[in-house]
Ligand binder design. Structure first.
Ligand code: ATP
Length: 155
């Protein structure tokens, strides 16, 4: 099984570094699947989910709030503004950030403030979605992919 090296860092920490079988990342123009021996390229990452696949192991899911991805045939590098693995996400904090942003958006705000709040809202929704990937969680019903609730202790 061939692998590609992934070095994944955020502004404040080393997120992940190992050989992996596939990386799925939120490219600015859509979801990207990176396999070993991929042709070299660079792109901006949008806020979204990074999925790391490893042979014989559970996938790892991360929330990122934008950044850069550089790919070479043997190595991928992700430089993210912020990144949290699904089990590191503080769900209460993400929900509080969402509620705060929604409350302020409902009030009269300037265009700049609206843009900033919409990005905050987007980050919080991504964190909530990725937190729902934790083992032991499952969707509450059809179409509940973005609004999962814990079945046990929340992992
Ligand atoms: P908040 O209003 O809760 O700070 P934010 O979207 O403004 O949310 P960011 O500026 O994106 O926060 O992130 C600041 C730091 O806090 C980063 O290190 C990020 O990884 C971390 N972080 C933000 N929200 C969460 C969360 N819900 N769980 C864990 N870490 C978080």
């Amino acid at each position: 099984m061939s692998t590609i090296r992934l070095d994944f860092v955020s502004q404040d920490h080393m997120v992940f570094s190992d050989d992996v079988s596939e990386i799925i990342a939120p490219g600015i123009d859509g979801q990207l699947g990176i396999l070993p021996k991929h042709a070299p390229f660079m792109t901006i990452l949008a806020p979204g989910e990074v999925i790391v696949k490893r042979e014989g192991q559970q996938d790892l899911n991360f929330a990122v709030s934008g950044g850069w991805l550089e790919v070479r045939p043997d190595k991928a590098t992700i430089l993210a503004r912020t990144a949290e693995r699904s089990d590191e996400i503080n769900l209460q904090r993400a929900e509080a950030a969402r509620a705060r942003a929604e409350e302020l958006l409902a009030q009269g705000v300037t265009r700049d403030e609206r843009d900033r709040l919409e990005m905050t809202l987007k980050r919080s929704l991504i964190r909530m979605k990725v937190a729902g990937r934790r083992s032991g969680w499952r969707p509450t019903g059809p179409g509940a992919g973005d609004t999962q609730t814990p079945t046990g202790d929340g992992g």
